[in-house]
Write a protein that binds this ligand. Structure first.
Ligand code: CAA
Length: 278
């Protein structure tokens, strides 16, 4: 099966790696420029090289995975069987991309979006085929869950096909109804927002908050480190969707979260968030 992954950022490159390391899949990793698409592949190569250096993967295996990933613009997706869109989390952007893909791709290509909180029904509006949510978690090659979200017009057979594909790449699909933040982000992102508030209130420092949640709740990483991993801009975008969709003040993004995003401190991807990265 040939998979077109749209968007070569953190999630797109992780999703591309996940498919490419499974037998029976090849990937076209696309972005708005060749340079960005190649940058995504370079990120994958860097991660695989680390595994080779640690002795956890043979060089041939790493080369084989990279050999299954080609890069380019969306017009390379004409013969793809599945599209997984992982572009910028903006309804207008996703909408336009799917409309364009509708013209480029063959009629039977399945359209899936990795949106983390937007309405699948709205993303699919005006597209001449159903769109489904196929929501991966960061880091995509490691995290086992895929939330499968049917929009109002997504047929059952598409839902079943995406569940089947999810299992084939080693993931566990959980079907959820269309709702802001679905399941995981509705729980996880307000927790990160709360941790930002706790820090802003001076209750504990960054390390203290993260250590407390790691040791007190057995989380693999603390909420502020997780915010940096997910991207504080993504956290803010999800809080904004939860807030505007529900109108519930409990989802108000914390002013410090807004301030950090305005200041370009987005976490790992910009080299600084609550922690510094080199
Ligand atoms: N890409 C690929 N593989 C990665 C990776 C990455 N970015 N980061 C870590 N890994 C791999 C490592 O290579 C390693 O693999 P091996 O065991 O084969 O060597 C394995 O994961 C474990 O990594 P580490 O030993 O370096 O570190 P760790 O044991 O501390 O685990 C972690 C790191 C997997 C990130 C772990 O801390 C964790 O599970 N954190 C929570 C992540 C989480 O909650 N994600 C969900 C975010 S919400 C989201 O994504 C949804 C959304 O829409 C915003």
């Amino acid at each position: 099966m040939k998979v077109g992954v749209i968007g070569a950022g953190t999630m797109g490159s992780g999703i591309a790696q996940t498919f490419a390391q499974t037998d029976g899949y090849e990937v076209v990793l696309c972005d708005i420029s060749e340079r960005l698409a190649e940058g995504g592949k370079a990120k994958i190569a860097k991660g695989l090289n680390k595994k080779v250096a640690k002795g956890k993967m043979a060089q041939e295996a790493a080369d084989a995975i990279l050999g299954k990933i080609t890069t380019g613009l969306m017009d390379k997706c004409a013969d793809c069987d599945l599209i997984v869109e992982a572009a910028y989390e903006d309804l207008g952007v996703k909408h336009e991309m799917f409309k364009e893909l509708d013209v480029i791709c063959k009629p039977e290509t399945i359209f899936a979006s990795n949106t983390s909180s937007l309405s699948i029904t709205e993303i699919g509006a005006g597209v001449n085929r159903p769109v489904i949510g196929m929501h991966f978690f960061n880091p995509a090659p490691v995290m086992k869950l895929i939330e499968v979200i049917a929009g109002l017009n997504t047929p059952d057979e598409t839902v079943e096909k995406i569940k089947e594909i999810s299992v084939s790449i080693g993931k566990t699909p959980v079907q959820v109804k269309e709702a802001a933040g679905f399941v995981v982000n509705r729980i996880l992102i307000p927790m990160i927002n709360e941790a930002v508030g706790i820090y802003a209130d001076g209750v504990a420092d960054v390390e203290g908050i993260d250590t407390a949640m790691k040791l007190g709740a057995n989380h693999p990483m603390g909420p502020l480190a997780l915010g940096d991993l997910v991207g504080l801009d993504i956290c803010l975008a999800i809080m904004n969707v939860l807030y505007t969709e529900t109108g519930d003040s409990k989802y108000r993004p914390h002013p410090l979260l807004r301030k950090m995003v305005r200041g370009g401190k987005l976490g790992q991807k910009t080299g600084e968030g609550f922690y510094k990265y080199n």
